[in-house]
Design a protein around this ligand. Structure first.
Ligand code: SAM
Length: 236
């Protein structure tokens, strides 16, 4: 590969990684991201962590093929266990997984102190952004940047977070839609939430026909529909 062969999704993630940082890329199938960042001379050191043997071997091969074994250490490990104190990592990327899995990886790293709390996090959940933002908020992180993009008919969000002196209390709404995405209201954001709205309307129609007491679920979906409609009509 060369530094230009990243997917648009990983290219955007790479742009949000701070220059000259020491990166841990967790779930680093093929080590595409760290290899591209080192080839771009954007970073000098990375750990590529993988828990599954196949992607781990693919990552090792990719690093060797590009002659980067001095700059990129590939480790077979669960989540942030791939990171050692002597790596002096100050940025963590976790991409292409569900938000709940990313949250669980961060939480385990927090509890066993592989995550020090001073790293810049660049996270790209495929779904489940809300539970991830909940965890970030509960652990004192500020969301510094967010992006949303579409590639191959899929919409992806990117969240950049760090622990700052001033703690921000994000509202439920900000954690659902993304505090920065909510302000930017890009066309892709609108498209995503139009889709989410449709999905909820379908669920509501099904619930209306369903047997048993669906009242609580119906009320919840109706609340979400109103909230999405408000955001889409810019009444936020
Ligand atoms: N990060 C790459 C990307 O965004 O294109 C690869 C995404 S791939 C869909 C997810 C990768 O995460 C898989 O290779 C999987 O083995 C790895 N993975 C899942 N859970 C993990 C964990 N707890 N620790 C390390 N890697 C994990």
């Amino acid at each position: 590969m060369n530094e230009n062969q990243l997917s648009e999704r990983l290219k955007r993630v790479g742009e949000l990684v701070p220059e000259r940082s020491r990166v841990a890329d967790i779930g680093s199938d093929h080590a595409y991201l760290p290899v591209a960042l080192v080839l771009q001379n954007k970073i000098e050191f990375a750990v590529a962590g993988e828990v599954v043997n196949g992607p781990f071997e693919a990552a090792k091969k990719q690093v060797r093929k590009n002659g980067l074994t001095e700059q990129i250490v590939v480790r077979l490990a669960n989540g942030l266990d791939a990171v050692e104190a002597s790596d002096n990592v100050n940025a963590v990327t976790i991409c292409g997984m569900g938000g709940v899995l990313i949250r669980d990886i961060l939480d385990a790293g927090w509890r066993n102190q592989r995550l020090q709390g001073n790293e810049r996090l660049v996270l790209q959940p495929n779904i489940g952004e809300k539970p991830l933002r909940d965890w970030l908020t509960e652990h004192g992180y500020t969301i510094l940047e967010e992006d949303i993009l579409e590639e191959n008919n899929k919409i992806y969000e990117i969240i950049v977070a760090a622990r700052e002196k001033m703690r921000v209390a994000y509202s439920e709404k900000e954690r659902l839609f993304g505090p920065i995405l909510l302000k930017k209201q890009s066309p892709i954001f609108q498209k995503k939430w139009q889709g989410e709205l449709k999905q909820r309307e379908t669920i509501l129609a099904q619930l209306a026909k369903a047997a048993g007491d669906q009242q609580a679920r119906i009320q919840q979906i109706e609340k979400e529909i109103t909230e999405i409609q408000e955001v889409l009509s810019n009444e936020s």
